[in-house]
Design a protein around this ligand. Structure first.
Ligand code: SAH
Length: 207
């Protein structure tokens, strides 16, 4: 957290002052649906973009400096977004669910252990049938600068029986560095009911 908190004293490389093109394309294609949670929202460009289109949006980030900047932008732009300093490993305590979750650069910043906790926590906030859209650096980005590279196999391995991978596409992660955008994966991962949950639903709705 201190790495991120201090990064927001300046302008970090991922903080491009506009939404990531991949998330704009998802909204234009109608893939983003209903209420939206932006996990690790940073200074909020993706969340604010969706709010400007009329979506109900929450953005959370554990760096208070990022949330303060995001709130200031929302005020300046006259947009309503619920922005909270919160840990993405504790999504169940948000006590509500969303139809869509977006992630621009959060997943690739998590350790292996955190990934497990995060996916478990994500299960609690995403409505069954809803999708999690995740943009992360891919192993095709050369060098070792910046965040960890994530392979398709790692993405598939992180999501178990409550999930279905809709697609993992080649994508670009934009930054404000001179070398331009990084090679990335854009994943669409749907939350499905696992067999225990289906039994619970069946018990609640007897024929
Ligand atoms: N989505 C933003 C920020 C990407 S950088 C953008 O596209 O600009 C990754 C963000 O995840 C950082 O803002 C960091 O503070 C946040 N983050 C990392 N681990 C987190 C955690 N456990 N809980 C909440 N936020 C976290």
């Amino acid at each position: 957290m201190s790495y991120f908190e201090s990064a927001y004293n300046g302008i970090p490389p991922w903080d491009i002052g506009r939404p990531q093109s991949e998330f704009m394309r998802l909204a234009e294609a109608g893939e983003t649906k209903g209420s939206v949670l932006d996990v690790g929202c940073g200074t909020g460009e993706n969340a604010l973009y969706l709010a400007s289109l009329g979506y109900e949006v929450w953005g959370i980030d554990f760096a208070p400096a990022a949330i303060e900047k995001a709130r200031a932008k929302a005020r300046e732009r006259g947009l309503e977004v619920t922005l909270i300093a919160w840990n993405v490993l504790e999504l169940q305590s948000l006590k509500r669910t969303f139809d869509t979750v977006i992630d621009s650069g959060l997943f690739h910043s998590l350790t292996d252990g955190e990934r497990l906790l995060f996916v478990h926590s994500l299960t609690a906030v995403l409505e069954p049938g809803g999708a999690y859209f995740m943009l992360c650096f891919s192993e095709h980005e050369p060098g070792s600068w910046g965040p960890r590279r994530v392979t398709q196999a790692e993405i598939r391995a992180a999501f178990g029986q409550s999930w279905r991978i809709n697609y993992i596409r080649q994508a670009l992660f934009e930054s404000n560095l001179p070398q331009g955008p990084a090679r990335a994966w854009l994943s669409s991962i749907a939350r499905i009911l696992d067999s225990d949950e289906m039994q619970t639903v069946a018990r609640k709705n007897p024929r």
